[in-house]
Design a protein around this ligand. Structure first.
Ligand SMILES: NC(=O)c1ccc[n+]([C@@H]2O[C@H](COP(=O)([O-])OP(=O)(O)OC[C@H]3O[C@@H](n4cnc5c(N)ncnc54)[C@H](O)[C@@H]3O)[C@@H](O)[C@H]2O)c1
Length: 372
């Protein structure tokens, strides 16, 4: 198969769809890989890294799209990229179609077969191509929270680990899933006094079994949440209710009950945020102050560490990418129902029920799409 990887053109996106290692694996499986020149620069990979791996380099995106049987990317294709897709071509990338009718319409019109990273599943009911980015955002959250707490940034001027004779920062993590667990581990590693809240008893049992020596956990009732928030220097929002907007767990009125200069890092901002006063920010201007409480609400946190994020995403996507290339999309999806769950658009039809429901578009069942 001929696999093509263009440079990402969405503003502030520095990741790349194929790492040199993924390109090397594809080539060793007998496939041809074409990279757009400079595609890996933002993640610290040079054109030479790709040619060493056996890939060809072309100058422009149209050259990549024209020749490739499968396009591998990171972000959803932008309007100009969508025009270059063609019937029978495979697109393997994040799509997030539910809030994006225009993209959905264009992908259907293209005739391409579009497999979305975010809806591929695993045997434990998880989302294996979203999890690496949650791991990155979770581990980054205490790092940006520690920075936000510094006096010059408007924070309380509290050091995460304290020093001998001075106690550590108190960190409250709301939501103990992938983001929350990674955030708690790193905050505890920095020496902070950490408590994780969750509403799922099985999850609390897991956290207790595995991490009881490193951080505390508690049930996320409204009473516990505000009581622990009052004591916290840094609060990390990491809740998710699948398919729904994030619940608002700290209201504007409650900000006055928090410590002056406390920091709120709302990782759940991509689902609307779990603090009433959260609004999405960017890496250029990541923090703002509401009533003396510093908010950090960057919607694409993994972009700050594009190299780590690219490699982590590549590790997760590579087996699926190789399967699609080795077997063709139909056989690969027939053999793996979890990959079939990633199928969102095929031959002009929408094939993912939740997106159809959100956008009011008829859906062709993925099982039937395999026959078209
Ligand atoms: N900002 C970013 O760059 C970025 C990056 C990655 C993920 N995210 C977001 O982070 C959020 C968390 O993702 P995840 O992968 O950890 O999800 P997850 O499903 O692994 O974990 C979410 C946890 O929240 C818990 N929860 C649900 N409602 C709760 C409540 N009211 N109180 C306390 N806990 C509650 C659930 O029981 C679950 O354990 C998602 O919104 C995700 O989209 C953001």
């Amino acid at each position: 198969m001929h696999i093509g990887c263009p440079t990402e053109i969405k503003p502030q996106e520095f990741r790349v769809g194929l790492t040199p290692n993924a390109a090397r694996e594809a080539v060793s499986h007998g496939h041809q890989v074409t990279m757009q020149s400079g595609a890996g620069n933002g993640a610290g990979f040079t054109d030479a890294d790709y040619t060493d791996a056996g890939a060809a380099i072309v100058e422009t995106a149209p050259e990549v799209f024209e020749t490739a049987d499968m396009i591998v990317k990171v972000k959803e294709p932008q309007a100009g990229e969508r025009k270059m897709l063609r019937e029978g071509q495979i697109l393997f990338t994040y799509l997030h179609l539910a809030p994006d009718p225009e993209q959905t319409k264009d992908l259907m019109a293209s005739g391409a077969t579009c497999i979305a990273y975010e809806t591929v599943t695993d045997e434990r009911g998880g989302l294996p191509l979203l999890a690496p980015m949650s791991e990155v955002a979770g581990r980054l959250a205490p790092q940006v929270g520690a920075w936000t707490l510094q006096k010059a940034n408007g924070g309380r001027g509290v050091l995460m680990g304290g020093v001998p004779g001075v106690g550590p920062a108190r960190v409250l993590v709301i939501g103990g899933g992938v983001v929350g667990t990674h955030a708690a581990r790193i905050a505890a590693g920095m020496g902070a006094d950490v408590t994780v809240l969750d509403r799922s008893l099985p999850r609390l049992r897991y956290l207790d079994d595995v991490f009881s020596g490193q951080f505390k956990n508690s049930y996320a009732s409204a009473g516990n949440t505000i009581a622990l928030a009052r004591e916290a220097d840094l609060i990390i929002g990491a809740v998710l209710i699948p398919g729904a907007a994030a619940p608002k767990l700290i209201s504007r009125a409650q900000l006055s009950e928090l410590k002056p200069g406390a920091a709120l890092v709302d990782v759940a901002i991509d689902q609307g945020g779990c603090f009433e006063t959260s609004k999405a920010t960017t890496h250029e201007d990541p923090i703002y102050d509401v009533d003396g409480i510093m908010h950090y609400c960057v919607a694409n946190m993994p972009g700050a560490v594009a190299r780590t994020s690219t490699i982590a995403l590549g590790n997760a996507t590579m087996p699926f990418m190789l399967s699609l290339a080795d077997k063709g999309w139909r056989q690969a999806c027939e053999d793996d129902p979890h990959l079939l769950n990633g199928l969102n658009v095929h031959a002009g039809k929408l094939t993912y029920f939740a997106v159809g429901k959100a956008l009011g578009i008829d859906v062709l069942s993925p099982a039937l799409a395999l026959k078209v």
